[in-house]
Design a binder for this molecule. Sequence first.
Ligand SMILES: Cc1cc2nc3c(=O)[nH]c(=O)nc-3n(C[C@H](O)[C@H](O)[C@H](O)COP(=O)(O)OP(=O)(O)OC[C@H]3O[C@@H](n4cnc5c(N)ncnc54)[C@H](O)[C@@H]3O)c2cc1C
Length: 240
Amino acid sequence: MCAQVQQQLSPLNAAFLAAGQEAGFPLTEDVNGFQQHGVSRFEMSVNKGIRNSVSFGYLHSQKENQNLTIWTGCQVLTITMEGTRATGFEVKYQGKVINVFGSREAILSCGGFGSAQLLMLSGIECKVNLPGVGSMRPTSCGSVSLRSANINDPLCIDPNYMATSEDWRVMRESMRLGLEVAKQPASKKYQHHEHTPGVHIRHGAAMDDFIREDAASAYHPCGTCKMGSGDDAINTQRQY
Ligand SMILES: Cc1cc2nc3c(=O)[nH]c(=O)nc-3n(C[C@H](O)[C@H](O)[C@H](O)COP(=O)(O)OP(=O)(O)OC[C@H]3O[C@@H](n4cnc5c(N)ncnc54)[C@H](O)[C@@H]3O)c2cc1C
């Protein structure tokens, strides 16, 4: 799976990086690495100008691999269990229900919601707030539950955004920092007037209302399925 930093900056992107430094933030080459603090070019899942995806990065790019058989258009219905051990999957493929068994191991990677749904449909309890689950920064914790035993029924998903005072503190501070960067000289030369949040919105209830109405998630649901045991289990699993 290829990731690379943004290669060609638009004038606005470049102005943002310059304004961030004018506001006192260092330029960092790797916000996911040695220096997370600062302004940076964004890292994207892109390979030679083409957007990369997990399925291409790990599966469809490996068609020549003799160890790999790819079935597309199939739906995993349940995880096959022997006691507490997962041995394979019951799969609907070309109209038939087939049992697929792993000789060594079975890996479930149906995403943050699909994996949780399959675990629950297979009788494996999904709890929220387990130690070792959920590594993202917000402190609010949502929940995922089954609507029914039918896999085709959508899940009940409650993201429970902004449920803690810490998340409100961070979001207000983020707004303050964003406005600070926006008023720097490098940024100002591109400004005609402030549309969002609007000059009359700077703090208090007006700012909170703006956050409530305009804040958006970055689509990274995580922490629904714990891997292994122990407090940092998700970090100590064998890497593939
Ligand atoms: C709009 C959007 C924008 C995003 N932008 C970025 C970005 O710019 N950079 C970034 O790093 N991340 C981004 N993400 C997050 C990124 O997409 C996810 O972190 C990543 O896709 C997770 O990969 P995954 O393999 O765990 O799950 P997924 O990519 O969700 O793959 C899970 C797959 O399992 C399949 N599945 C589920 N249930 C079953 C079943 N029962 N049987 C068979 N198949 C099943 C699903 O159809 C899906 O194909 C974005 C997400 C969204 C929604």
